[in-house]
Design a protein around this ligand. Structure first.
Ligand code: UDP
Length: 239
């Protein structure tokens, strides 16, 4: 008695900060394990899941060291930070018995497969959770853009963009009690109003390829399932 799936293949984008829990940087193992559990829940429902994880939680810890550094070098450090998070997530998922592959945009053969598009798709077809590490492999980009790019490449039907608020509001809901959540928005709305969802490169890429984005609150348990399998409207749909 499986409920029909809304999406067959998704790309979930987590910021590095999502792994910190209440901490100021680094990885909080119970938080990581909780997210892994939610990912497994949708994977076991038959959804093919790809992940992109940011690096802010690690990178912030070294941000002081990068001050005055060459931008490209600092960006490569950021990309390495995403690899640390990707490996941590891989471990958390595999501890719970799920098969995973980390595919890195920067070659590091001892710890991750190199990113090869067709390989990524094959892993997904086999039911493995695929984690895309090292962003796009290029400085001056973000992991949001990496998420959009990879989602396109693997023909994901949606990007789930995890945040700390339940979607996109017309004002900051933490400061303004009258702030209202948008149920849907167009890409152009997001770009024109400069709404803080993903950077403009990532949004434009989605717009040009008509890839919907669901912005949702990851801190509420079960929201990944709700976004993917239905059961309670959550977040904001950009499409
Ligand atoms: N980064 C990059 N190219 C990419 C992806 C990431 O240069 O394709 C670098 C960039 O410096 C970025 C850092 O890696 O600031 C960490 O990624 P991001 O800030 O997107 O992580 P998040 O804020 O989602 O944790």
């Amino acid at each position: 008695t499986k409920s029909p799936l809304r999406y067959k293949r998704i790309l979930l984008k987590l910021s590095g900060e999502a792994l910190m829990g209440e901490g100021k940087y680094g990885i909080h193992p119970p938080t990581l394990a909780g997210i892994a559990e939610e990912v497994i829940e949708v994977a076991q429902a038959g959804v093919e899941v790809a992940l992109v994880i940011g690096g802010g939680n690690i990178f912030r810890g070294v941000a002081g060291a990068t001050e005055g550094m060459d931008r490209a070098s600092a960006d490569y450090m950021g990309m390495l930070a995403t690899c640390i998070n990707s490996m941590a997530m891989q471990d958390a998922l595999e501890k719970k018995g799920v098969h995973t592959r980390v595919l890195s945009a920067i070659k590091m053969e001892q710890i991750a497969e190199p990113y090869i598009r067709r390989r990524a798709v094959r892993h997904l077809e086999k039911g493995r959770v695929v984690i895309f590490a090292a962003g796009t492999g290029n400085p001056y980009f973000t992991t949001d853009t990496a998420a959009s790019l990879r989602a396109m490449e693997i023909n994901a039907q949606v990007i789930l963009k995890a945040t700390k608020v339940d979607g996109i509001y017309n004002a900051d809901p933490k400061k303004d009690p009258a702030a209202r959540r948008y149920k849907t928005l167009t890409y152009m709305d997001v770009l024109k109003q400069n709404l803080n969802v993903m950077d403009s490169t990532a949004i434009s890429l989605c717009m040009d390829n008509k890839l919907p984005i669901i912005v949702f609150d990851l801190t509420v348990r079960g929201n990944i399932r709700r976004a993917v399998l239905g059961g309670g409207e959550i977040g904001t749909l950009v499409g």
